[in-house]
Design a binder for this molecule. Structure first.
Ligand SMILES: *Cc1c(COP(=O)(O)O)cnc(C)c1O
Length: 449
C-alpha cells in the first residue's frame, strides 16, 4: 500500500504549460482606459518584458530558466500522497490523492511563481519590487524570492491582517522585506481611501492600487502579483505536471481534479495540465472550490472590471463581485479577492471547468477531519478544496461507485491557528454573500463598449 509518491530533482518540469494553446477560443484581451485592447507596451512600466511576453503568449510550452529550476529544487518536486486513512474514515470506495504544496519555505504554492518573477525582474535590472498581500502568504513568498535573487521587496499588507497576523509580518521581515499597513499615507491611492474612510481596514484591491501606483511612478521598481494573471497561472503548472507524473508512476489517473480558488493560480496549477488531456478527448472533471462568502465564479458577473479598487489596472474580463467589493471577514484571507483569473473565468464561462461554493464551517470541519486522519494541518484556503474532495468522495459512497479524486493541498495552516481556535470556540459563522450586494456591484462595473 503506497502512501507517498515521490519524484527526484531531475523530474522537476523543464517547461511551464500554457493553457491558452488548448483553449477553444483565444483569451479576451485586457482593455485600456479608452476601452480598446492594450498592447504589451502598456505593461512595461510595471513588469519586465519576459513576463509580459508570457502574459500574452499562446505557445503551449514555455521553458523554465535553469536558475529558476535551481531555486525550485529547494522544495520541489513536492510529494503526492494517497489519503488511505481519510478514505477509511469516510468509508468511501473512492481513491483520494493530494499534492502537498506546504513543503515550500513559505508554506504554500506561491513561491513557485515568486521565484520566477524575482528572477525575470533581476535579469531586467530591477532593484525593487512592490507588491500587496492579504493574509501574508504572497508577501512572504515574494520576500523569500527577493532574498534569493537580490531584490528589495516592499509589501503593502491589508491593514486588518497586518494587525491580526503579526507572525506573517515577522516572516516577511526575516526574509528582509519592508511591510506597510495598507492603506498608507504614502501613495495617492492610499490617501484617497483614507480621506473617504480614515478607519479603513484595507482590502486586497486597495493594497494592489498602492503597489501598482508605486511601481508605475518609480524607475527601477516593478510590481509583482501573486495570482490572477496568465503568467502566474503558467508558473503554477509545475504542480499538475508533477502530479500527473506521480500518478502515472503508480498507474493511476484522476476522474476529478480539485483546487481551491481565490485568484485562481493554485487551481490553474493543478488543473490546467489535465485540461490538456481533456482537450485531447480524455474524460476528466476540473473543479474550483471557492468560499460561499466570496462566490466569484459561482455568483459573480462575467464582465470587464478593474483588478484593483482605485482603477489603475487594465480592465480584465473575468468573474467579479465588483472592484469596490469589501470582503466579509472570513478566515480564508487568500480567497477574499473580488475577481478571478481571466483564464479560469473564461474556461468556466465556456463550461470546460466547474466551480462550487462551500460554506466556512463545513470547510473547517473538513480540515479538522483531514488533520486527524492525515496529520497535516491545512491552511483555511486549502480546507475549501478538502471540503469539495470530501463531498465528491461521499457522493461516490452514496452511488457505490469508485472514483479517483486528486486535490491540491495548497498550504499548511501553521500561521492560521487563531482561525482554528475561533472554529473550536464556536465563534465562526457561515455567511452567504447577499444577492443585493451582488446586484449592486453591477451598477459600479466600468462601462465598456
Ligand atoms: C493564496 C493562497 C490561496 C489562493 O490563491 P490562488 O491564487 O487562488 O491559488 C490558496 N491557498 C493558499 C495556501 C494560499 O496561500
Amino acid at each position: 500500500m503506497q502512501t507517498k509518491i515521490q519524484l527526484t530533482e531531475s523530474d522537476i518540469p523543464t517547461h511551464w504549460y500554457n493553457v491558452v494553446a488548448d483553449m477553444p477560443n483565444p483569451p479576451a484581451p485586457p482593455l485600456g482606459p479608452d476601452g480598446q485592447p492594450i498592447g504589451p507596451e502598456a505593461l512595461v512600466p510595471i513588469f519586465p518584458m519576459a513576463l509580459i511576453e508570457q502574459e500574452v503568449s499562446a505557445e503551449r510550452w514555455i521553458p523554465i530558466p535553469d536558475a529558476v529550476r535551481e531555486a525550485l529544487k529547494l522544495w520541489r518536486p513536492s510529494p503526492l500522497f494517497r489519503a488511505h486513512r481519510l478514505e477509511q474514515a469516510l468509508g468511501t470506495p473512492a481513491k483520494i490523492y493530494y499534492k502537498y504544496e506546504g513543503v515550500s519555505p513559505a508554506g504554500s504554492h506561491k513561491p513557485n511563481s515568486a521565484v520566477a518573477q524575482a528572477y525575470y525582474n533581476q535579469q531586467a535590472g530591477i532593484r525593487r519590487l512592490a507588491t500587496e498581500t492579504g493574509a501574508g502568504q504572497w508577501g512572504s513568498s515574494l520576500a523569500l524570492a527577493g532574498q534569493m535573487f537580490g531584490i528589495d521587496v516592499r509589501v503593502y499588507m491589508v491593514k486588518v491582517s497586518y494587525e491580526q497576523k503579526p507572525f506573517r509580518r515577522s516572516m516577511m521581515e526575516t526574509w528582509g522585506a519592508e511591510v506597510l499597513a495598507s492603506p498608507t499615507g504614502l501613495t495617492e491611492s492610499g490617501r484617497k481611501i483614507l480621506a473617504e474612510d480614515p478607519a479603513s481596514q484595507g482590502s486586497l484591491g486597495i493594497a494592489i492600487s498602492e503597489a501598482v501606483e508605486e511601481a508605475a511612478t518609480h524607475d527601477g521598481t516593478n510590481y509583482a502579483l501573486g495570482s490572477v494573471l496568465n503568467h502566474v497561472c503558467h508558473h503554477q503548472t509545475v504542480i499538475g505536471q508533477e502530479a500527473k507524473a506521480q500518478l502515472e508512476k503508480i498507474g493511476d489517473y484522476p476522474d476529478v481534479v480539485i483546487g481551491c480558488c481565490g485568484g485562481g493560480s493554485n487551481f490553474a496549477g493543478v488543473a490546467f495540465p489535465f485540461l490538456a488531456d481533456k482537450a485531447a478527448g480524455k474524460a476528466v472533471r476540473l473543479v474550483a472550490a471557492e468560499p460561499a462568502s466570496c462566490p466569484t465564479l459561482t455568483r459573480g458577473h462575467y464582465a470587464y472590471d478593474f483588478g484593483d479598487t482605485v482603477g489603475l489596472t487594465p480592465l480584465m474580463k473575468m468573474y467579479t463581485l465588483g472592484h469596490d467589493f469589501m470582503p466579509p471577514g472570513i478566515h480564508a484571507g487568500g480567497l477574499r479577492y473580488h475577481g478571478d483569473s481571466p483564464l479560469v473565468s473564461q474556461l468556466h464561462q465556456e463550461g470546460i471547468i466547474e466551480a462550487v461554493a462551500v460554506p466556512q464551517l463545513a470547510t473547517f470541519e473538513a480540515g479538522v477531519q483531514f488533520a486527524r486522519c492525515e496529520g497535516i494541518i491545512p491552511a483555511p484556503e486549502s480546507c475549501h478544496a478538502i471540503r469539495a474532495a470530501l463531498d465528491e468522495a461521499l457522493a461516490c459512497k452514496e452511488r457505490g461507485e469508485p472514483q479517483t479524486i486528486l486535490f491540491n493541498l495548497s498550504g499548511h495552516g501553521h500561521f492560521d491557528m487563531a482561525a482554528y481556535d475561533s472554529y473550536f470556540a464556536g465563534r465562526l459563522e457561515d455567511f452567504a454573500y447577499p444577492e443585493a450586494a451582488i446586484n449592486a456591484a453591477l451598477e459600479h462595473l466600468p462601462k465598456v463598449g
